[in-house]
Design a protein around this ligand. Sequence first.
Ligand SMILES: Cc1cc2nc3c(=O)[nH]c(=O)nc-3n(C[C@H](O)[C@H](O)[C@H](O)COP(=O)(O)OP(=O)(O)OC[C@H]3O[C@@H](n4cnc5c(N)ncnc54)[C@H](O)[C@@H]3O)c2cc1C
Length: 295
Amino acid sequence: MIREFLELHGEYHDDKYFRDLTTVKMGGHIAHFVMPENKQELKVIVNYLKTNRIPFKVLGNGSNLICGESEYEGVVISLKKLNAYEIRNDEVYAEAGVMVPALASVLAKEGYSCLEFAAGIPGCIGGLVYMNAGAYKGSMADVVIEVEVLKDGELIWLNNDEMHFSYRRSILQDHPRWVVVSARLKLKKKPKEQIEELMADRLRRRRDTQPLDKASAGSCFRNPDNDFAWKLIDGIGYRGFSLNGVCVSEKHSNFIVNENGGKAEDYMNIVYQIQDKVKEKYGVKLVMEVEKFNC
Ligand SMILES: Cc1cc2nc3c(=O)[nH]c(=O)nc-3n(C[C@H](O)[C@H](O)[C@H](O)COP(=O)(O)OP(=O)(O)OC[C@H]3O[C@@H](n4cnc5c(N)ncnc54)[C@H](O)[C@@H]3O)c2cc1C
């Protein structure tokens, strides 16, 4: 029944695994996977799932998710086909599935300053808005004009204030059934060379300090107030710690990498060990930035 409905309203698959759809390459089978072609299809699908009380999860590029090995019996909705964007004078309209590094490059080539901070963040517009992703003192909160959200069956626009952005947070995290459909971001004209140079410098810094050649979900923990998670992890001697193919990166100890077919259970085991030891030694509660799902 679910399958027949989804087949009518998007590209349907029943042979997808989270391990193939997440950057950390972990996670089990997905019972139903669907890619709507446009926002009308998305609306129909989400409304059907809500009415029938069927669990669902929206997926961007899977770069902030640790998914368990057991089958996810709900529906994963991938927004990869909602990937249109348009530059209009001093703003860009981008659908939720647009990959941010690609958009950052296009904007740079056109001489628009906006997403320099995000050039190395391997996610989609929807995921970056959801997380208020950021780096180098910039974040989505600085560039979002408004966000189109599918909320309670209707498409509405929430302005920047209404998104309640704060450090790696937005209102969406309090409403897991709302879906980001698109966003309008503000642009500033700047010399193209200046933008490209800044982006290249930041990408170089990432390559020098982060294990970009390994499967990961980025920084595992949020930085606590006035401190850095990596320093606390180093302080308890966990840099390089490894368990069943999952390792605390030697290059950046706030990255937990999947070196060899590691599982979410091992990732989470390391997370809990680090949290306990950091709490014991420093009295600090490290909070995950990465989201665990279905585990
Ligand atoms: C190498 C590496 C470097 C990274 N560097 C950074 C960094 O510098 N700064 C930073 O902030 N993050 C960083 N990250 C983490 C990650 O890229 C960001 O959190 C990003 O915002 C996740 O986007 P995504 O599209 O992959 O989201 P996903 O991982 O697919 O999803 C993340 C969450 O957002 C929800 N979501 C996704 N799309 C939508 C939508 N359209 N509507 C509603 N909810 C949605 C999902 O349900 C899920 O709860 C890094 C990750 C990696 C692997």
